[in-house]
Design a protein around this ligand. Structure first.
Ligand code: FDM
Ligand code: MG
Length: 230
């Protein structure tokens, strides 16, 4: 088989600059494609879009979690095919967003449940990382994952903040903790944390490209496509 393209994931909090950086990185490759998750253009993506933009839409946390994963599976074959055709695929969010946001919901509702004025049920599956990763097992695993992190104070000043479900400062603080808890940076050298505090777009672009080159994900590879596993 001829060499394949590589799968590069950019993760981060809302408004961390990951969409900007994902586009810039995509343009660095002559044969490339940017995929954004959730992909709101698919059947399942349209349900997710309603859920995110209309706060009156009710879904159990388990159902929402499974829909986000199903949305990735909708693109599974396309991702594999494009990689095999030599395309570099840049992902703007993927499996770690799936786990971190659901886990953050659990932590958030647990906090509120401790507050005696609020009655809330906390669903144990949503706090269980093994349950959360389950539906994603077997999806193509990124050859490189970059997590863009910055201080929450800087985040909340950025444009477009606060329009959708999840875009609350208190919630984002928990999301950040969840990401840092679940990303296996110690044992998996395909995952890197990129501190973007006090850096402009060009500086972050350079930081990212340096890592991409250092890890050798800037060129076609003979390595088989990896799969998400525990
Ligand atoms: N999100 C995203 C999840 O909760 N789970 C997932 O699996 C993914 C991919 O969806 F708040 C959340 C993260 C974010 C929201 O994402 C919409 P964008 O990047 O803001 O469109
Ligand atoms: Mg958003």
């Amino acid at each position: 088989m001829s060499p394949r393209g590589q799968l590069i994931l950019i993760e981060g909090l809302d408004r961390s600059g990951k969409s900007t950086q994902s586009s810039i990185l995509t343009a660095k490759f002559s044969k490339s494609k940017l995929l954004k998750f959730p992909d709101r253009t698919t059947k399942i993506g349209s349900i997710i879009n309603e859920y995110l933009t209309d706060k009156s839409v009710q879904l159990s946390d388990q159902s929402a979690h499974l829909l986000f994963s199903a949305n990735r599976w909708e693109l599974n074959n396309e991702i594999i095919q494009l990689l095999n055709e030599g395309y570099f695929i840049i992902l703007d969010r993927y499996i770690y967003s799936g786990i971190a946001y659901s886990l953050a919901k659990y932590e958030f509702s647990k906090r509120n449940a401790n507050d005696s004025t609020v009655t809330s049920t906390v669903d144990e599956q949503i706090g269980d990382v093994n349950w959360l990763i389950g539906p994603d097992l077997g999806l193509p695993k990124p050859d490189l994952t970059l997590f863009l992190t910055l201080d929450l104070a800087e985040l909340s000043n950025r444009k477009g903040w606060g329009e959708e479900r999840y875009e609350l400062q208190e919630f984002q603080t928990i999301v950040k903790k969840s990401f840092l808890r679940i990303l296996p940076t110690d044992t998996d050298d395909s995952i890197e944390i990129v501190d973007v505090n006090n850096k402009n777009i060009e500086q972050v672009t350079k930081l990212i490209w340096d890592i991409v080159e250092k890890k050798g994900v800037n060129a076609l590879t003979e390595n088989p496509i990896k799969k998400v596993s525990i």
